[in-house]
Design a protein around this ligand. Structure first.
Ligand code: S3P
Length: 178
């Protein structure tokens, strides 16, 4: 079996963690949730990191975490919504043989899933709907550019996870097409 990492990317709320958990079960891979990894390393929540060190401080820890986990083979990595916006992180995943999968969920579904979020620092703003729309417009082309494969993530997590698990068989072809 091919043991390059499968990295899930996409907008906040697209299901990276919940799809990743189920896809890990289907494939027998271990799930690494990058935000949780960062939190464990820092001994702080993502929100605490943002408020103490700012977004730039968080991105620094995120780059370090991406480098570290990219080197462990056989994982499904649930990245954060901003992880693959950094070319250094994309390069770290790719150079270790990873395949990046964009979970593409429609904006309306993301707005709905995120409307009551209290955890994500970027969304604790009064005009949340507008912030989500603007970030979405800016980021979608970047997810597409970073990804080797795009999966429709408008379906329930278990369905999307089956789509991810199916990729396992074709990882070598996916990499060759890059
Ligand atoms: C972020 C998304 C979050 C987390 C941090 C920044 C982003 O992860 O990494 O709050 O820039 O989109 P999720 O996508 O898992 O919420």
């Amino acid at each position: 079996m091919n043991k390059g990492n499968i990295i899930l990317c996409g907008f906040m709320g697209c299901g990276k963690t919940s799809v990743g958990r189920r896809a890990a079960e289907f494939t027998g891979r271990e799930l690494c949730d990058l935000d949780r990894y960062i939190e464990e390393r820092a001994g702080m929540t993502v929100s605490e990191i943002f408020s103490r060190y700012g977004e730039e401080g968080f991105r620094r820890l995120e780059r370090q975490a991406a480098r570290e986990v990219a080197g462990t083979p056989g994982l499904i990595i649930a990245s954060g919504g901003g992880t693959v916006l950094s070319p250094a992180n994309v390069e770290a995943f790719h150079s270790a043989g990873g395949v990046i999968v964009f979970l593409d969920a429609p904006l309306a579904a993301l707005q709905e899933r995120l409307k009551n979020d209290k955890r994500r620092p970027l969304l604790q703003v009064p005009d949340r709907r507008r912030v989500i729309s603007e970030l979405y417009e800016k980021r979608i082309p970047l997810y597409r550019a970073a990804a080797d494969v795009t999966i429709d993530a408008g379906a329930p997590p278990v369905t999307v996870a089956r789509r991810v698990a199916r990729l396992e068989k074709n990882l070598d072809n996916t990499r060759d097409m890059r």
